[in-house]
Every structure is written in structure tokens, then in C-alpha cells.
Design a binder for this molecule. Structure first.
Ligand code: TPP
Ligand code: MG
Length: 577
């Protein structure tokens, strides 16, 4: 049989390091999937919902750095890819979408399942190509691959069935993939930054995901400058563990001394972060410098005194050659001490957890963190799960923490963990799921995991509500509405689907239940934990206006990272939380 365009596609993707393609087939994709079958080097991961496949691919691609393919057939299958591709764009994962397309003879005729891929994918995709002629293949497939890898994000190849099946044009070519280039600011800018640092009395560092490959350099800079290191959620896993300069997280989920350090330094160095909540960043009283590989990130969240385009590792290395050591460490010690005292406070519900029913999620998360292995990969659904991940799951050299941190879609954790498990077979992968999130996407594809026997541990926060939104509603002064729902016993559901199911209702069963789940290696586990919603439960005799005002202020504190004062209040007021 002659090589067709679909053969070229898979050969080039395999050449570029693609090992898996997640998705669902359909008529437009039939020649594409047939070529995948013949190629034999790609694991086709049939999922029950294309969106699940993309969230799996995002975690797979983000952690391995290798491109991962996803596919959906023309029209509705393609549309199901979209939310996950937005996530890939925001979390910066090289995902290549193979979008089925109608026959070329039907393009622009409003045929069944027809849609315009350029318009549709415009917001998500870094590069979209529609193959209408076999002679395009090597150029556009190569561009999609290189863009996804080098620019770190999703690209789309829309392939009409007739073109996929058409005979390939030209000789096979090797797909050349350059390694990530080193990007360093100009010497003049580096001199300027060195002067600013040398002149500043106190310096604070605020890091994001761009510090992923620069942990050692950032810590060395902090040591040299006696600078507290705060981070955005996406920077936590790279900068928090084993770092004597770490002062916690800022933002809605914040804790520790980060907010204070960032807002009271003479000079703030923002490293590899596009942290979107400007209100947590200081105004003009603090001089601010931002360093990022992406020029679009520079200065868009806060005004800057200096913005440099460069990767954090190369830039900090260059700085280390010239910045002078600072000797006064009082500023650093103040915020490290603040962080330590917050850590003690944070232990409140953990320490008291065994005696509190319904189960406190803080206790659940902290116990999970203690029991999990040193190289566990944790994934959290958008919702309260992210709060518990941020505050109670301890990072480590080989631990990984991930979620839909920048796109903030629900239902990401179970598929993320599934993708990570396929990329790192046998490694402990844990999905902390909301009950809303799990029933939105995770539950149907539990069947996929059962078939693949992937030992993903799903921890379900069974609070019978869209709790995070309930908190938001109260914070905004609304009465919670549209947030409550009823759940089945998920452990029974899981068993019926062929997975292992564990139900935990009693606080003293948390540790044993989690231990049993983590030890299960034969396939997926669902641990259905009946937890206290982050309810702002009030004594019934409190008059409504007091109650409204109180819940409002409590919710505000939850969302503004003021957990410490909140816990103090709760300690004084029996058990309001
Ligand atoms: C796809 C999607 N729909 C809606 C939202 C808005 N939203 C954010 S968190 C959340 C609640 C999540 O509920 P659940 O999964 O049960 O987690 P919980 O907060 O209860 O722990 C909602 C509705 C979203 N982020 N993504
Ligand atoms: Mg919930």
C-alpha cells in the first residue's frame, strides 16, 4: 500500500517523540486511525470523552516535555477537545490536536458536522492548519510539532478524511526539533538590574512556573541577597521545598509571609510569573523588576521599573556574577518567622482532625500528604481541592503538584492523574477531586482506567456541593444558590464499574482508608470521603443581619488568604467553620 498523508502524519509525530494519542474516533478520522494502527508506535488511548483525553494529555505533556497527540472527529468530537486545549494553552503543555474535518468537497457548504477550524480554535491554538492538499503535509505538520514544543502549547491539524487517505507527496523527511534555546537579556539591562539590586536595602523574590528549571539559581540568589522567596501557585512546587528562604504563597489561596515580604521590600524581583491577581502585587512604593521569556508577560499585571526578556536560569546565573552579597538578614528573618507561625496555625484542623466529624478536608489532605510516597504526583480539581493542595500537600524534590491553575477548569484532576500514570507507569498518582468535578468528567472515564488497570488514587471530596462557588457567592454577599446536589455512595459506584471503592465517613478511618488506597496497585481506586463542606455554619439563633455580615467577612477572609486570623476566630467561637 502506498504511503498516504496520514502515514506521514504519524511518522513525523513519532519522530518528534509522540508516544500517545488520546481521543475518540469517528468517520472523518478513520483513515487517520488506520494509519496509526499500521504505524504501531503510538498507543491510542481510547477515552469516553475527548475532553478527558486532552486533560490527560496536558499533564502527560507538561511533565514529560514531549509532545502528546489528541484527536476528535469532525464537528462535535472536535468541539469536545476545546476546553482541554485552552488548558494546554494556559498551562503551557505541548499538545497536538488532530481534528477530523469534512471532505474537502464539502468545505464551506455547511455540511453535516462541518465547522471552520481557524475560527473555532483561534483562542486556544498557537498554530492551526487545515490540510486541503497532500503537498502541504510536511510543512504544516512540522510547523505544528515545532510550535507546540518550542512555544509550549497546543497546535491543531485539521485533516479532511479524503486528504488523510490521499497518497503522500515527496520523500519522507526527518523532523528536526531544536532543544529549547537559551534566552538572556542584553548586557546593558543586566547592568541596570545589578545596580538596582546592589542599591536596594531589602529585596524580595516572587517566582512562578518559569522557575521550573532554575530552582538552584533562585535559591542561590536569595541566599546572596537575604531575600525571602514567595511564589504563585504554579511556582510552589519548584521553590517551596527544602528552601530556607521560602515564605509561602500569595494570592487567593495565600499563606505565610509572602504577601508581607512582597509588599514591603525595597525591590521586588518577579521571576517567570504571569500571576494574574494584580491586587496582591505592590504599588509604586516598591520598585519592581520582571524577568520572563515571554515579552507579552512583561508589565501587564503591574507597573515595572524594569522588564527583562530572558529565561530565569540564564538571567539569574548572569546576575550572580555581579550582585554583591547583602549581610543584613532582618527582613528575611521577619517573613520566614511569619511563615513558621502560620504553619503552626495551619495545623489547627490537622491536629484536631481526628476528633471532628464531618471530616475536615484539611485533616484529610495533611494525612494524605504524610502517607504518600516521596515521588507522588498530586493533582487537584479546581474547587476547594486546590485550596487543600496548596496549603496541606507538602512538596518535595521528586513530588509534583499540578492542576488547572491558570485556566481553572473543573474536572481536571482525574484525567491529569491518568495521563501522568501513563507517562510514568507505577508512580503514585493521586487525584484530589471535587464531587462536582468527578461527576462532570472523571466518572465516565473511570471505565477507561479500569480497562487500563491504571493505579490512580482518586480522593473524592464528597461535600454534596459546588463548595468553592458557594464560598464565592457568600463572599459577594449572595445567598448560596444552585450549589447543592445529592450524591450516590461513590465507593459502591466505583466497585460496580470494576474499580476499587473505599468509603470513609469517620475521621478515625481516614488514615487506614488512605493507606489501603495508596497500597492498591491493581487498578484505579475511588476513596469517597464524606467531608465537611467549607460551610460557614452558624448557630441558629444568630439574627440574619449578623449572620450575613459574619459569613460575608469569613468568606472574604477565606478567599483573601487570611486563613490565620480566621482560624484564630474559629478557635474562640467553638466551631463556626
Ligand atoms: C467547567 C467549569 N464550570 C464551572 C466552573 C466554576 N466553578 C469553579 S469551582 C466550582 C465548584 C467545584 O465543585 P466541586 O468539584 O464539587 O468542588 P468543591 O469546591 O465542592 O470541593 C465551579 C462550579 C469552572 N471553573 N469550570
Ligand atoms: Mg463539591
Amino acid at each position: 500500500m502506498a504511503r498516504n498523508v496520514a502515514d506521514v502524519l504519524w511518522q513525523m509525530l513519532v519522530d518528534a517523540g509522540v508516544k500517545r494519542c488520546y481521543g475518540i474516533i469517528g468517520d472523518a478520522l478513520n483513515p487517520v486511525i488506520d494509519a496509526l494502527r499500521r504505524n504501531g508506535n503510538i498507543d491510542f488511548v481510547h477515552v469516553r470523552n475527548e475532553e478527558y483525553g486532552v486533560f490527560a494529555a496536558v499533564a502527560d505533556a507538561y511533565f514529560t516535555g514531549a509532545p502528546v497527540a489528541v484527536c476528535g472527529t469532525a464537528g462535535p468530537g472536535v468541539v469536545h477537545l476545546f476546553n482541554g486545549l485552552m488548558d494546554a494553552r494556559k498551562e503551557r503543555a505541548p499538545v497536538i490536536a488532530i481534528a477530523g474535518d469534512v471532505e474537502t468537497s464539502l468545505i464551506d457548504t455547511s455540511a453535516l458536522e462541518e465547522m471552520n477550524p481557524y475560527q473555532f480554535f483561534q483562542t486556544a491554538s498557537l498554530y492551526t492548519a487545515r490540510l486541503v492538499n497532500p503537498a502541504q503535509a510536511q510543512a504544516v505538520i512540522g510547523t505544528a510539532i515545532r510550535t507546540a514544543i518550542i512555544e509550549k502549547g497546543p497546535t491543531v491539524l485539521s485533516i479532511p478524511g479524503d486528504i488523510a487517505a490521499a497518497e503522500a507527496v515527496g520523500e519522507p523527511v526527518h523532523t528536526s526539533i531544536p532543544a529549547a534555546p537559551v534566552l538572556r537579556p542584553a548586557d546593558s539591562d543586566l547592568r541596570c538590574l545589578t545596580d538596582m539590586i546592589n542599591e536596594a536595602g531589602t529585596v524580595a523574590i516572587f517566582g512562578g512556573d518559569g522557575c521550573r528549571d532554575a530552582r538552584e539559581e533562585v535559591i542561590e540568589l536569595a541566599a546572596r541577597l537575604k531575600a525571602p522567596v514567595g511564589y504563585a501557585l504554579r511556582g510552589k512546587q519548584w521553590l517551596e521545598h527544602d528552601n530556607p528562604y521560602a515564605v509561602g504563597l500569595t494570592g487567593l489561596l495565600g499563606y505565610g509571609g509572602a504577601y508581607g515580604a512582597i509588599n514591603h521590600a525595597d525591590l521586588l524581583l518577579m521571576l517567570g510569573t504571569d500571576f494574574p491577581f494584580s491586587e496582591f502585587l505592590p504599588g509604586a512604593k516598591v520598585r519592581k523588576v520582571q524577568i520572563d521569556t515571554n515579552p507579552k508577560h512583561i508589565g501587564r499585571r503591574t507597573s515595572l521599573d524594569l522588564g527583562l526578556v530572558g529565561d530565569v536560569k540564564a538571567t539569574v546565573n548572569a546576575l550572580l556574577e555581579n550582585v554583591r552579597e547583602k549581610t543584613d538578614d532582618r527582613f528575611l528573618r521577619k517573613y520566614v518567622a511569619e511563615t513558621e507561625s502560620f504553619d503552626e496555625l495551619k495545623g489547627h484542623y490537622v491536629d484536631n482532625g481526628p476528633g471532628i466529624k464531618p471530616i475536615r478536608p484539611e485533616y484529610l489532605a495533611a494525612t494524605l500528604s504524610n502517607l504518600a510516597s516521596d515521588d507522588a504526583m498530586f493533582f487537584a480539581d479546581t474547587g476547594t481541592a486546590v485550596m487543600w493542595l496548596a496549603r496541606h500537600i507538602k512538596g518535595g524534590k521528586n513530588r509534583r503538584l499540578f492542576g488547572s491553575f491558570s485556566w481553572a477548569s473543573m474536572a481536571n484532576a482525574a484525567p491529569n492523574a491518568f495521563g501522568a500514570q501513563l507517562a510514568y507507569p507505577g508512580r503514585q498518582t493521586i487525584a484530589i477531586c471535587g464531587d462536582g468535578g468527578f461527576t462532570m468528567l472523571g466518572m465516565g472515564d473511570l471505565l477507561t482506567q479500569v480497562e487500563r488497570k491504571t493505579p490512580v488514587v482518586h480522593i473524592l471530596l464528597n461535600n454534596e456541593s459546588l463548595d468553592f462557588v458557594g464560598i464565592e457567592q457568600q463572599e459577594a454577599g449572595y445567598i448560596p444558590y444552585g450549589v447543592a446536589f445529592k450524591n450516590p455512595n461513590f465507593a459502591v459506584v466505583a466497585e460496580a464499574m470494576g474499580a476499587k471503592g473505599i468509603r470513609i465517613e469517620e475521621p478515625d478511618a481516614v488514615s487506614d482508608g488512605l493507606t489501603e488506597a495508596l497500597a492498591h496497585k491493581a487498578g484505579p481506586v475511588v476513596v469517597d470521603v464524606v467531608v465537611d463542606p467549607y460551610a460557614l455554619a452558624m448557630p441558629s439563633h444568630v439574627p440574619f443581619h449578623t449572620l450575613k455580615g459574619y459569613t460575608l467577612s469569613v468568606a472574604k477572609q477565606v478567599l483573601s488568604g487570611k486563613m490565620d486570623s480566621l482560624i484564630k476566630t474559629a478557635e474562640r467561637n467553638i466551631r463556626l467553620l
